[in-house]
Ligand binder design. Structure first.
Ligand code: DAH
Length: 332
């Protein structure tokens, strides 16, 4: 009997090693250890044996049962672990699934151009200054040597704000007022650039926007000459566009500089593109800010950031910058 049971235990062990799911395991469990199993039936026969034999046979039966139980436990553990791994795999959330469809945004072209300009000028030792977009006539005109009767006032196409005395409050028509605000508040030497929004009554067309962006430069120090101005413009253009682009100054007129010039940059085809105005800061402007023109001299310049972006990215129409068409903006 014991030998038969040993054989049963060996079968059980072999079949349990190959069982592949928990249901089959339950069936095997009943087959080998249940009420109708050979082991249970054998146990029932123990009562008919002599006490010594009974003891020995009982011990052997328990030992065999123990082995089968251990095999079942091992199979259960294996199958439970498999089932859990399977469930984890099935319920797994793939958080990377849609990754390719997420479109990253980018900074607007004008912002990119402004950031780049700031980087270039900061690299040359300038700091960034700012001023308000709503200005008084003093900062936008008078302190810049443009008195009320001056014909240049008309050329700025100013958008006035209906506040206080007529034509005394306005949206700034250029960033030059930041020169005045800086000189009022800062002891020379001064090396600043002031980027910001500016406004004029212009109707939008391929080369004009009524709200646009300028960057102003101002240097006040001792012994500053027109040569420093030319060198600064040359250096910034080289850094901004790369080595190929040349610059030139042409005599011009602005009330706030003397002498004044316009500066051009060379196009790939050899022609010239006008970028902005510049000159040596007029002594009246220095005096208006409490700076002694016999001790300090300086230069200033100003130009449009949007136009620079149009040039750099070869756009046909400046209005693309404000149409907010994502198909256009995404390209940059
Ligand atoms: N403010 C002038 C404009 O908007 C540009 C300009 C010209 C700025 C000469 C300057 C300068 O600082 O020196 O047309």
């Amino acid at each position: 009997m014991i030998e038969e049971l040993e054989q049963t235990a060996a079968d059980a062990s072999a079949r349990l090693a190959e069982v592949t799911d928990l249901d089959s395991l339950a069936t095997l469990d009943a087959e080998f250890l249940g009420k109708k199993s050979a082991l249970t039936l054998a146990k029932k026969q123990l009562g008919g044996l002599e006490p010594d034999d009974r003891k020995a046979a009982g011990k052997a039966l328990n030992e065999i049962r123990g082995r089968i139980e251990a095999d079942i436990a091992e199979a259960r553990q294996r199958l439970t672990a498999d089932a859990r791994a399977e469930q984890l795999e099935a319920e797994r959330l793939d958080l990377t699934e849609k990754r390719d469809e997420i479109k990253r945004g980018s900074l607007h072209l004008v912002t990119q151009s402004r950031d780049r300009l700031e980087d270039v000028f900061v690299g040359m030792g300038f700091t960034i200054a700012e001023g308000p977009e709503v200005e008084s006539a003093w900062y936008n005109f008078e302190a810049l040597n443009i008195p009320e009767w001056h014909p240049a006032r008309g050329s700025f196409d100013t958008i006035f704000v209906n506040l206080g005395e007529p034509e005394q409050v306005m949206l700034r028509s250029h960033t030059s007022p930041v020169q005045i605000r800086t000189m009022e508040n800062t002891e020379p030497p001064i090396y600043i650039v002031a980027p910001g929004r500016t406004f004029r009554t212009d109707t939008a067309d391929a080369t004009h926007l009524p709200a646009f962006n300028q960057i102003e430069g101002l240097v006040i120090d001792k012994g500053i000459t027109m040569g420093d101005l030319a060198g600064t413009i040359d250096e910034f253009v080289r850094k901004f566009f790369g080595g190929e682009v040349k610059t030139r100054l042409r005599p011009s007129y602005f009330p706030f500089t003397e002498p004044s010039a316009e500066f051009d940059i060379s196009r790939p085809d050899g022609s010239w593109l006008e970028l902005g105005g510049c000159g040596m800061v007029h002594p009246n402007v220095l005096r208006n800010c409490g700076i002694d023109p016999d001790v300090w001299q300086g230069f200033a310049f100003g130009f449009g950031i949007d136009r620079l972006a149009v040039m750099r990215y070869q756009l046909d129409d400046i209005r693309e910058l404000v149409n907010n068409d994502v198909r256009f903006l995404r390209q940059f």
